[in-house]
Design a protein around this ligand. Structure first.
Ligand SMILES: [Zn+2]
Length: 282
């Protein structure tokens, strides 16, 4: 081997080693940045069926099913999973938040299906409140939208009780409208609920799906997007047109305050019951 060939071989080896080092550093820092504990919150439960009155396809059982599927998906990837409920029981919003906040360095994801008095309302939307939850919301939203035939209603910042009161990154996904016959038929398919779970799981793992679908025409115009750094193509700001969301937000607040009252009275009666008891971990 000539001298020049030897030095070329050395340089090549150096470049390969440098790349390997960089890749391991980046991968480990990304893995470190993601929490390994996920608190999954299946929306509603017990007497709280979710949705609007006289809704044909109930919400509470579908959210629980997606939550359980998501738990399996995450556990298979080595995550520790906490469920705010794992059966058809009513868990007050305050208790869901307390469960989430009792796990430091965890991530909270609340699973819901949407509803509207307007049968035509459709699409997937994802909510966050804390600014540090925006990128997580985007990751989850883009994966779910990419894996679903439903429309993209965008990512919205909204003060739902479970998002406002959680001290860890928190996102709420509305996986389509059960009041829309087409989206209800998707939601009733176990294979579709499995797909939803897998896509939410990909988002939680930090997989960045490209935003393939533009915002649905019913969503707000692009002039409404939030200021930097939350002005991705699918971030939208609330307006008076977001009727369902406003209703949901109000009911969340009401439930939140009533649950607080209930909680304080029930804690007097049953001082031995702790919030952690309600959570399920396995
Ligand atoms: Zn809901």
């Amino acid at each position: 081997m000539t001298n020049s060939l030897r030095s070329l071989a050395f340089r090549c080896r150096f470049v390969v080693l440098a790349f390997a080092f960089l890749a391991t550093t980046l991968l480990s820092s990304e893995a470190h940045a993601q929490s390994r504990t996920i608190v999954i919150d299946a929306g509603h439960g017990g007497f709280d069926r979710g949705g609007v009155p006289r809704q044909r396809v109930g919400e509470k059982n579908l959210t629980l099913d997606v939550a359980r599927r998501l738990r399996r998906v995450l556990q298979e990837s080595g995550y520790r999973v906490i469920m705010t409920r794992n059966s058809d029981v009513f868990v007050p919003l305050g208790e869901r938040v307390a469960i989430a906040n009792s796990y430091r360095n965890a991530t909270f994801v609340s699973v819901h299906f949407n509803s509207s008095s307007r049968v035509g309302a459709n699409g997937i939307e994802t909510y966050y409140y804390g600014r540090d939850s925006a990128s997580l919301a985007a990751n989850i939203h883009r994966n779910v939208v990419a894996g679903s035939p439903s429309e993209n209603r965008g990512i919205r910042r909204r003060g739902f009780f479970v998002l406002r009161r959680t001290k860890i990154p928190a996102v709420l996904v509305e996986c389509g409208f059960l009041t829309n016959p087409t989206e209800a038929s998707y939601a009733l398919r176990p294979s579709y609920r499995q797909k939803l779970a897998e896509e939410i799981g990909r988002g939680l793992r930090g997989f960045r799906a490209p935003m393939a679908k533009p915002l649905a025409s019913g969503s707000m115009a692009s002039v409404d997007v939030l200021p930097q750094p939350f002005n991705g193509p699918d971030f939208v700001r609330s307006t008076s047109r977001a009727k369902h969301s406003a209703r949901h937000s109000k009911s969340s607040r009401k439930k939140g305050s009533s649950s607080k009252k209930k909680k304080s009275s029930s804690s007097k009666k049953k001082s031995s019951s702790s919030t952690k008891k309600k959570s399920t971990e396995d």
